[in-house]
Design a protein around this ligand. Structure first.
Ligand code: ARG
Length: 460
């Protein structure tokens, strides 16, 4: 077992299995660069404040800069036998600089160190995740533009409800994803405070300059309270929540895709590269990628529950339970990113079967609401208009007719004198969709406006 940072106090060491159990290096190794950055800022501040000699600080700073380069080049590999990434970085420093390396931890604890490392890591990777999300929105908006006037059934209760456009449906997805992008930005803005200098929980009696390290690390300010600094993982909860919601969205979109890809619906034809075959049934073309994204949403929801459960019983301030935060948080960030990177090309290459979508608007009386609105426009109170339209639908069903247009004007007039020949134009599916041109509606022109608005808001 490698030397641990706390070997002075305890003579007996944990057994190998116990050491492996408490070690976090396999999970926190990905914060190595962030630990080096935090350590550099801390060392420079110790020198500037006269806590360690200036030349010692300069040597620490230079050695840490070398380590950063080597980590990036892959010539310095994280040693899996140490307790955690903080022990690893300080260990290498001490190996290289001897006693000088032992100076770096003055006024610092792994409790504030892990808090700053994690925030630095998140500031480094979450913008990339957000960029993936924006690219996904952009790809969906391209498809929405292409299909601004492709008419399809809109559903409630999984029953055909009213004609909409595919563009409208795809912009509905994007509206949710825009909020996801907002949630990621909000979480990033709120985590942008530097916990360094909080020490184990009570700060330090040494004259540290917390503002200096905060600004060297690109944080606008230090955190307010040292106990909160090491006890708080709200930022992890917020990001895990943002990811769980985003994944819930992707899961629902994929559910739509899986349904659309059935022979029964036949609304979408996924590209071969984004489908899989069956090991036994030669004819199969399965939407496994969509199903996997839907399945992986479960992980993200689980990760959020893990984090909330982890935090809910913890007395202030730091408790070792918190080490478990990273595995769940990294898992949800990785999962979300991976899913976006699959979902985007899957949707960009899919072929939408316009003819099937349009055909599905006929039969099912999706035009019934438009019949009622037609009568409202002619002065009939809506409740009456609704009743007339319902009776017309019943007449159709009794006569074995699939659409209201199959009824003659005479038959319609038996239900209301207000019907005229212009009704027939109003109840063509494309007209029904086009008539709903209010802000937010499915009319092609309005969908194009929504697309433009989202593009402008998000810069995509
Ligand atoms: N690996 C630990 C974590 O992730 C670092 C902090 C350890 N602090 C301690 N007092 N043992 O939380």
């Amino acid at each position: 077992m490698a030397q641990v940072l706390w070997s002075g106090r305890l003579e007996e060491k944990p057994e190998a299995e116990a050491f492996a159990f408490e070690s976090s290096i396999l999970v926190d190794a990905r914060m190595a660069l962030d630990d080096v950055r935090g350590s550099r800022a801390h060392a420079a501040m110790l020198g500037a404040c006269g806590i360690i000699p200036a030349d010692a600080a300069a040597k620490l700073y230079a050695a840490l800069a070398d380590m950063a380069r080597e980590l990036e080049a892959g010539t310095l590999a994280v040693d899996a036998d140490v307790e955690d990434v903080h022990s690893f970085i300080e260990g290498v420093l001490t190996e290289r600089l001897g006693d000088l390396g032992r100076m770096v931890h003055a006024g610092r604890s792994r409790n504030d160190q892990v808090a700053v490392d994690l925030r630095l890591y998140l500031k480094r990777v979450v913008p990339g995740l957000r960029a993936e999300l924006l690219q996904t929105i952009a790809a969906l908006l391209d498809r929405a533009e292409e299909h601004a006037d492709t008419v399809m059934p809109g559903y409630t209760h999984m029953q055909r409800a009213q004609p909409v456009t595919l563009g409208h449906h795809l912009v509905a997805w994007c509206a949710g994803l825009e909020r996801d992008a907002g949630r990621l930005s909000d979480a990033l803005a709120r985590l942008d405070e530097c916990p360094l200098g909080a020490g184990a929980l009570a700060g330090s009696g040494l004259p540290l300059d917390r503002r200096m390290t905060a600004s060297a690390l690109g944080f606008p300010r230090p955190t307010l309270n040292s106990m909160d600094s090491v006890a708080d993982r709200d930022f992890a909860l917020e990001l895990a929540s943002a990811c769980a919601i985003l994944m819930t969205h992707l899961s629902r979109f994929c559910e739509d895709v899986v349904i659309w890809a059935t022979e029964e619906f036949g609304f979408i034809d996924l590209a071969e590269a984004w489908s899989t075959g069956s090991s036994i049934m030669p004819q199969k073309k399965n939407p496994d990628f969509a199903e996997l994204i839907r399945g992986k949403a479960g992980r993200s929801v689980g990760d959020l529950v893990t984090l909330l459960t982890l935090m809910k019983g913890l007395p202030y301030a730091y408790d070792r339970d918190m080490q478990e935060d990273k595995e769940a948080l990294f898992d949800t960030l990785d999962t979300t990113r991976a899913c976006l990177r699959i979902f985007r090309p899957m949707m960009a290459t899919a072929r939408f079967r316009k003819e099937r979508m349009e055909a599905a608007c006929t039969g099912g009386f999706l035009e019934a609401t438009d019949v009622a609105e037609y009568l409202v426009r002619k002065g009939l109170p809506f409740r009456k208009a609704h009743e007339v339209a319902a009776l017309v639908v019943r007449d159709c069903v009794a006569a074995g007719q699939r659409t209201i247009a199959e009824r003659t004007l005479e038959e319609l007039r038996a239900r209301s004198e207000l019907f005229d020949a212009d009704l027939y134009r109003a109840i063509v599916p494309a007209s029904c969709a086009a008539a709903r041109s209010l802000p937010g509606g499915p009319a092609p022109e309005e969908v194009r406006r929504q697309i433009g608005e989202l593009r402008k808001r998000l810069g995509v």
